[in-house]
Design a protein around this ligand. Structure first.
Ligand code: HEC
Ligand code: HEC
Ligand code: HEC
Length: 206
């Protein structure tokens, strides 16, 4: 009766939300904001680390567990004399922000859809698609002058005295800006895919 003129609960909530706080000090509000900010930032970092691990990239999808991961593990970047590895994301994902977040969101959605559709679910389908997939990677790496390779391999730090003649000669082309790493070094973590002799038939039942 006496309450009939009182605004509804939603209205009261908004009035409360936008009115200055009487109970909380500015410090308390700042602290809450900082905690939320910290949790969001730390959460993003944890999510990046978990979804960037070899374990996740190598086993989250059936196709990668079957064909991609075993090949990588046997390659020079997965197993070698000194035991220093390059992980999937070291080569495939940008190392800087926000490029890393954008790339992961786009690739994550595209790969999840492809996995659900079974685009490369059998060895035959994978082999048929491989040339195209590899070309995507090569194009990306050519476009950024093999930036990810160079996060580990610094040409200026290479000891020419310890490389063979051919390597020293060829690496001068990189220094001169005439060729980038990926133009000469393909198949460093996977089997080198073969160029199809004829265009792949999309109507095939494979
Ligand atoms: C996370 C660091 C890292 C990244 C990224 C990386 N590599 Fe390597 N790479 C290594 C290490 C470590 C070795 C040496 C392994 C060993 O001890 O023999 C190596 C070895 C090599 C070799 C010598 C292969 C051989 O058979 O001896 C080549 C060529 C090479 N990398 C090219 C590349 C190219 C091209 C890329 C980018 C597509 C790349 N690397 C990205 C760390 C990296
Ligand atoms: C124009 C071609 C060419 C380019 C560009 C090039 N390389 Fe090489 N690289 C070679 C050749 C050829 C060898 C010697 C291969 C051999 O002996 O088996 C070699 C050898 C290597 C080795 C092994 C050295 C050793 O002594 O074991 C590494 C590592 C390497 N290159 C990394 C790179 C990286 C990283 C880049 C880009 C910054 C790059 N190369 C650019 C042609 C090239
Ligand atoms: C040393 C750098 C490097 C590492 C480490 C690496 N890749 Fe690759 N990846 C490449 C390059 C370069 C290509 C293009 C084809 C080629 O040259 O082998 C490629 C191609 C691919 C392809 C396309 C199909 C094919 O075989 O060409 C898939 C899928 C792939 N990588 C997934 C992965 C996964 C998953 C991992 C970790 C288990 C991984 N890669 C580790 C450099 C790397």
């Amino acid at each position: 009766m006496a309450d009939s003129g009182r605004p509804g609960v939603i209205r009261r909530f908004f009035t409360w939300l936008f009115s200055p706080s009487a109970r909380w000090s500015v410090f308390a509000l700042l602290l809450v904001g900082l905690i939320i900010g910290f949790v969001a930032t730390a959460g993003t970092q944890v999510a990046m680390a978990v979804t960037g691990s070899n374990e996740f990239c190598g086993t989250a999808c059936h196709s990668h567990t079957q064909f991609v991961y075993p090949e990588y593990k046997a390659s020079v970047h997965g197993k070698n004399r000194t035991g220093v590895q390059a992980g999937c994301s070291d080569c495939h994902v940008p190392h800087t922000y926000p490029a890393k977040l954008i790339y992961k969101a786009q690739a994550g959605i595209r790969d999840a859809i492809a996995e659900a559709r079974g685009t490369i679910s059998t060895q035959e389908k994978f082999e048929a698609k491989r040339w195209e997939l590899a070309n995507h990677v090569w194009d990306e790496m050519k476009a950024n002058n093999s930036a990810n390779c160079r996060t580990c391999h610094t040409p200026e730090a290479m000891d020419a005295a310890k490389q063979n003649e051919d390597a020293v000669k060829q690496h001068k082309k990189f220094a001169a800006g005439k060729a980038t790493c990926i133009e000469c070094h393909t198949g460093v973590a996977h089997k080198e895919p073969e160029e199809p002799k004829a265009p792949v038939k999309t109507s095939s039942l494979q």
